[in-house]
Design a protein around this ligand. Structure first.
Ligand code: SF4
Length: 236
C-alpha cells in the first residue's frame, strides 16, 4: 500500500501545524545540557535495574541515598531472590511503595537466576519478560548500562515536554515513544531523554514552566501559546 505523502514544511505551516524543528531543538539541548546523563548511581546492569525499579514514584536523589547500602548487602540477583520479604521491604522503605517494589525485585531477581544465569539480559525482548520490568525500565537499562538504543525512555517529564514541544500529540507512552523514535536520530535517544528530563526539572516544570526564559521558546508551540496569553505580565 503506498504510504501517504508527507506535507512539505511550508504546506504544514500554512495549515498552522509547523513541523517541529528537531535539529534546532537538539542543538539547543546540547548547548544547555552537554553532559546530561543518568542521575541514578550504579556500577553494573543489575544495580541500574534495581535503582530504576526503585525510582518509580520516587526521586533519583532519594534512590541514590538508599542504594549504596542496598547494593553492598545484595551484590547478586540470587541474593535479592533469596531475601526475606520483610527485610528487603525495610531496606528500601524510604523509596515508597516498598512492598510492591520488594515483591517485584524478588520476582525479577528469581527470573534472572532461573532464565539468565543471574545476569541482566541485554535485549528488549528478554528484559520486558522480567516481572515488574516494562519498556521504560528496559530502555533505561539498555541505553545506559549496555549503550544499546532500541527505544526512547518515556517518563513523565519526557511525555510532558514532547507534547509541549509538538513532538507528539499522544498521551500514551508507547505512541509517544514511536513518535520520538521517528523524529530523533537513534544515536541520540539516550542522551535526548536525559537532556529532556534535565530541562523538565530545571525550566519546563509541570505546573509553571518558565517559558519566557526558555531557550526552546522559538521552537515550542506550547511556550508560544503561554507567553502570548500572558503578555508583559510584569511591568517592572
Ligand atoms: Fe517548556 Fe515553555 Fe520551554 Fe516550551 S517554551 S519547552 S513549554 S518552558
Amino acid at each position: 500500500m503506498p504510504r501517504p505523502r508527507s506535507r512539505s514544511p511550508a504546506a504544514a505551516k500554512s495549515k498552522g501545524k509547523a513541523r517541529p524543528d528537531v535539529a534546532a531543538i537538539l542543538k539547543i539541548l546540547d548547548s544547555l545540557y552537554p553532559d546530561a546523563h543518568c542521575s541514578l548511581d550504579y556500577s553494573n546492569p543489575l544495580e541500574l535495574l534495581i535503582a530504576t525499579i526503585l525510582s518509580a514514584q520516587c526521586t533519583d536523589k532519594r534512590v541514590n541515598m538508599v542504594t549504596p547500602a542496598l547494593f553492598a548487602k545484595y551484590p547478586t540477583a540470587a541474593q535479592y531472590a533469596a531475601a526475606r520479604p520483610h527485610e528487603l521491604e525495610r531496606d528500601i522503605q524510604s523509596t515508597g511503595f516498598f512492598r510492591n517494589k520488594a515483591k517485584n525485585i524478588r520476582a525479577m531477581a528469581a527470573a534472572l537466576v532461573e532464565h539468565h544465569d543471574g545476569k541482566v539480559p541485554g535485549t528488549m525482548d528478554d528484559l520486558v519478560q522480567l516481572p515488574g520490568v516494562g519498556r521504560k525500565t528496559a530502555n533505561v537499562v539498555l541505553g545506559n548500562a549496555f549503550n544499546i538504543n532500541v527505544g526512547v525512555v518515556v517518563d513523565t517529564h519526557i511525555a510532558r515536554l514532547s507534547q509541549r514541544l509538538g513532538l507528539t500529540k499522544h498521551t500514551d507512552p508507547v505512541r509517544i515513544e514511536q513518535d520520538l523514535m521517528r523524529l530523533i536520530p537513534a544515536d541520540r535517544w539516550c542522551k535526548f531523554s536525559h537532556q529532556i528530563i534535565s530541562h523538565g526539572r530545571a525550566v519546563c516544570m509541570a505546573r509553571n514552566p518558565d517559558c519566557s526564559h526558555c531557550p526552546l521558546l522559538p521552537y515550542c508551540p506550547e511556550g508560544k501559546s503561554r507567553t502570548a496569553k500572558a503578555p508583559a505580565a510584569k511591568g517592572h
